[in-house]
Write a protein that binds this ligand. Structure first.
Ligand code: CA
Ligand code: CA
Length: 93
């Protein structure tokens, strides 16, 4: 396989992954400055791979109890409005 065909295959794989991610709706891509692009699950504020009550508790703790900083603010932004607030904890399924 030539390097050009490897690049083309890589682009096709990347675009396919993006299409899958966008079609799922609750999964996104995040990138902090100087970081590699990574996947996150919306609502999974404690980044354990599942969305449950502990994520709401994690978000509330970070907001009101001076808990640890959120590992991924995009994941904690459950309603995807660009801000992390109490409504995200309430919206966590
Ligand atoms: Ca979680
Ligand atoms: Ca929000």
């Amino acid at each position: 396989m030539t390097s050009q065909s490897k690049k083309t295959t890589g682009r096709i794989v990347f675009l396919t992954m993006c299409a899958v991610v966008l079609s799922l709706g609750s999964v996104g891509l995040a990138q902090e400055e100087g970081e590699r692009l990574r996947f996150f699950m919306r609502g999974d504020s404690n980044v354990d791979g599942a969305v449950d009550m502990t994520d709401a508790i994690e978000t509330l703790g970070a907001l009101f109890l001076g808990g640890d900083d959120l590992l991924c603010e995009d994941a904690a932004d459950t309603d995807d409005n660009g801000e992390v607030d109490i409504s995200d904890a309430v919206a966590t399924p």
